[in-house]
Unconditional design. Structure first.
Length: 424
């Protein structure tokens, strides 16, 4: 039962992350007049497909990942090579409404044609030999809103030039690329706010503290609800100030001044040295005070998102200055392991993990690496500076290289995760 619970939780968490992220791209693409040909949840072979308002929604067999397939963006129709057999359905206007290139789908009253050439982007036509008559070449006009049934049976709209990604204004393309990470940030804020409401109490960012029993602080004489107003001569007006100041003083004699019942008290202590992300840091065994104020619990969505964002950027900075290791990353296997641990702790822990993963996904996707949203936005800005788009071939090569490097990194991370979680 725990295994099934973990698997279901993992699929739900991953599914929410993907749907929210891709819906951002989807929504702003639609608003920008870009044709979204497919909205897919999952990867691999198709399980189910449903078409509405020019978009085909598909569910695929592997519940890891998903994508929005926009016209003209890393997307092209399956090439209708000369000799390809298709069947055509024409509409009331006499133009082709459906092109069936699948052997698995049969169209009633379809005109069988052996393709000799086609243009489904600009002039919108397809030509070939009808009913095997190779003496008469026929050309058919294709409707702007025609559909094509691909070889796997998926029915999609064709992608005329005017509804392709590159036909949208530059600011619309930037917003469409940014919308995925933006949705992840919004999801993190909403989920953390929900966690704050469900928990009943959340940490404050004040200098009022809870003292852990038998800690350095407790042994020095500090008590719960004390306000630490100064550490080694530096004023500490918030929890962030306390963390920053104390962490810099491992194994160093430190004077702290606290306010208790309106009176000031002075104590000397030596913060314990513990391993942190950037070397040894100091800890004295205190926690942020909690509040049950409903406003603070709702604002926890913003405060926790901001705090974790700062922490993630600090980690990224540390990786840049101290070198990158595969151990710094986690893939689907690591997420599965974290899901298992969170599922055992209950619903609130799963929500916390969801919010944290959503925030991570949003930030990582904005790193300016080709194939990530940040890389696409960087190319958009380069286009704005140059005042002309990059050659499609050049952009394609850059994206392909970036995608290849990401796939290599994913393989290394996944293998490292397997060893880390299952063989150690």
């Amino acid at each position: 039962m725990p295994l099934i619970q973990t698997i279901i939780t993992f699929i739900i968490v991953f599914g929410i992350l993907v749907i929210v992220h891709e819906f951002g791209h989807f929504y702003f693409a639609k608003k920008s007049g870009i044709l979204v040909r497919e909205f897919s949840i999952g990867m691999g072979p198709k399980i189910y497909a449903y078409s509405k308002n020019a978009t085909t929604y598909t569910l695929r067999i592997l519940p890891i990942g998903g994508y929005v397939r926009m016209a003209g963006l890393e997307d092209s129709d399956e090439e209708l090579k000369p000799g390809t057999p298709v069947s055509l359905i024409t509409g009331k206007n006499g133009k082709v409404a459906t092109i069936n290139a699948s052997h698995d789908a049969t169209l009633l009253n379809g005109i069988p044609v052996e393709v000799t050439g086609s243009d489904l982007e600009n002039e919108l036509w397809i030509e070939g030999y009808e009913n095997g008559d190779e003496e008469t070449l026929k050309r058919y006009e294709v409707d702007h809103d025609a559909s094509i049934i691909e070889s796997d049976g998926t029915k999609l709209r064709i992608a005329p030039k005017d509804v392709q990604f590159q036909s949208a204004k530059l600011w619309q393309r930037i917003l469409t690329n940014f919308a995925g990470p933006m949705n992840n940030f919004i999801l993190a804020i909403i989920v953390f706010a929900l966690v704050g409401i469900l928990q009943g109490a959340v940490p404050t960012n004040s200098n009022q503290v809870t003292v852990i029993s038998n800690s350095v602080a407790a042994k020095a004489g500090l008590k719960t609800n004390d306000r630490i107003v100064s550490v080694s001569g530096q004023k500490t007006n918030s929890w962030s100030d306390l963390q920053d100041t104390i962490s810099k003083r491992p194994n160093q004699k430190t004077k702290v001044i606290v306010k208790r019942d309106g009176k000031s008290h002075s104590y000397e202590l030596i913060p314990k040295s513990v391993k942190g992300n950037e070397g040894r840091i100091g800890q004295i065994g205190i926690e942020s005070a909690l509040t049950s104020n409903i406003g603070a619990r709702i604002m926890y969505g913003f405060t926790e998102t901001w705090k974790l964002t700062a922490m993630i950027f600090t980690l990224l900075g540390h990786m840049i200055t101290h070198g990158v290791s595969v151990n710094d990353f986690g893939g689907p296997v690591a997420i599965y392991a974290q899901t298992s641990a969170a599922a055992k702790l209950g619903f609130t822990s799963v929500l916390t993990m969801l919010a944290y993963l959503s925030l991570n996904l949003g930030i990582v996707n904005l790193i300016p690496i080709p194939a990530l949203d940040g890389g696409k936005i960087l190319l958009n800005f380069i286009e704005g500076i140059r005042r002309k788009p990059m050659k499609p071939e050049t952009e394609g090569i850059i994206t392909l290289i970036g995608f290849g490097l990401l796939m290599l990194l994913m393989i290394l991370v996944t293998w490292n995760d397997i060893q880390r979680y299952f063989f150690r």
